[in-house]
Design a protein around this ligand. Structure first.
Ligand SMILES: NC(=O)c1ccc[n+]([C@@H]2O[C@H](COP(=O)([O-])OP(=O)(O)OC[C@H]3O[C@@H](n4cnc5c(N)ncnc54)[C@H](OP(=O)(O)O)[C@@H]3O)[C@@H](O)[C@H]2O)c1
Length: 335
């Protein structure tokens, strides 16, 4: 089979297209013919040696997020059957409950081989069936970005209709958060560096938009737009450089979910205390969250937003497109 490989976490140029033996399933295992994969910001960090969450083994098959069809099952497999359309879960070991320290060592495309290959063997427990109305490209966007957005909005204090969700930027996680919030009957305020991207998110249902380059004090603008109340949930992908303003954007007792670290800065913790704000870190989510999310995606007919699709042979170009940050939503690779 063909598999992309990262000989060492160094640069996008190091990615190499290799041939490997076709995998066979052992007991409890399943071979999936991968049909599409998608990129996350994490994949750029891994390829360029900037990923801090786990060591990267040599000759890693990259990318955590992919979907395909089951082609062969090993002895004892009961959860799936040949022909089933499936996606791998981000941390193969996190099936439900709270996150545990050992789950990080089971993260696809980081601690262990990922999905940018013709075939991949999974333990049957590491798969979910994909919603019937989404195609393989769309399903390939779900395991990391969508589950993370779902965990942000439903993992601690579930979002309610009529509440306000602030999403930062227009990348993969934020666009899923927008879609889930709209499906829940919540109001969305979206920020971006680009007015053209803000036009796109208004068309997707954002009630209000703020250009964070031209409106530096976007927290004040969020408070103005919510008549002084603030946002119930803030989907915080910026990190230290935006967190202070995210906290200032939250309502009294609101939740700021810390997801990404795209910026640097210093934080004064006092407004967290004064506002009774919960600042909560999340690391993607469990299989149980993925399955809950899939039911919501089906019930609401949600279609993931795909910015651009690249052929398998041009995988490095997909990385460069993500790096350019010109995208809205997800960047996908056909397999
Ligand atoms: N904790 C987790 O489990 C988890 C899971 C997934 C992702 N993440 C992290 O979350 C972040 C986003 O991931 P992604 O895959 O959605 O990335 P992505 O698709 O590459 O999107 C990144 C977007 O962030 C926006 N952005 C950049 N700087 C910003 C700033 N100062 N203020 C507001 N927005 C800013 C930009 O939006 P505009 O172009 O519209 O300005 C950019 O397009 C990354 O740091 C990633 O590592 C964490």
């Amino acid at each position: 089979m063909r598999a992309w490989s990262l000989p060492r976490p160094d640069s996008i140029d190091a990615l190499a297209l290799t041939e490997r033996p076709d995998p066979r399933p052992g007991p409890g295992q399943v071979v999936v013919r991968m049909r599409a994969a998608s990129l996350n910001f994490r994949d750029l960090a891994i390829a360029t040696g900037k990923y801090m969450m786990s060591p990267i083994p040599p000759d890693l098959v990259p990318l955590s997020d992919g979907a395909g069809e089951v082609v062969e099952c090993g002895p004892g497999v009961t959860r799936v059957a040949p022909g089933d359309r499936v996606a791998g879960i981000f941390m193969q070991g996190w099936l439900g409950g709270d996150i545990e320290s050992e789950f990080g060592a089971t993260a696809l495309g980081g601690a262990i081989d990922g999905v940018l290959a013709d075939y991949r063997v999974f333990d049957e427990t590491g798969l979910v069936k994909i919603p019937g109305h989404v195609d393989f490209r769309e399903a390939a966007t779900l395991p990391c970005a969508a589950v993370t957005a779902w965990n942000a909005l439903y993992g601690l204090k579930p979002l309610l209709p009529g509440q306000t969700v602030l999403v930062l930027g227009t990348g993969g996680v934020s666009i899923f958060a927008l879609q889930f919030a709209r499906a829940a009957g919540a109001q969305v305020i979206a920020t971006s560096s680009s007015d053209a991207k803000l036009d796109r998110v208004r068309a997707m249902g954002a009630a209000h938009t703020i250009n964070y380059h031209t409106t530096e004090d976007w927290a004040a603008e969020v408070r103005r737009l919510t008549e002084g109340r603030g946002a119930d949930h803030v989907v915080e992908v910026g990190g230290p450089g935006t967190l202070q303003r995210s906290i200032a954007s939250a309502k009294l007792g609101g939740i700021v979910t810390l997801i990404g670290v795209l910026t640097r800065g210093q934080i004064d913790p006092l407004p967290i205390l004064g506002g009774g704000v919960t600042v909560r870190g999340v690391f993607v989510g469990s299989r149980a969250m993925f399955e809950d999310m899939n039911r919501a995606i089906m019930a609401n007919g949600i279609r993931p937003v795909i910015d651009k699709v690249f052929p398998f042979e041009d995988a490095p170009a997909a990385y460069r497109h993500l790096k350019s940050a010109t995208h809205v939503g997800k960047v996908v690779i056909d397999i």
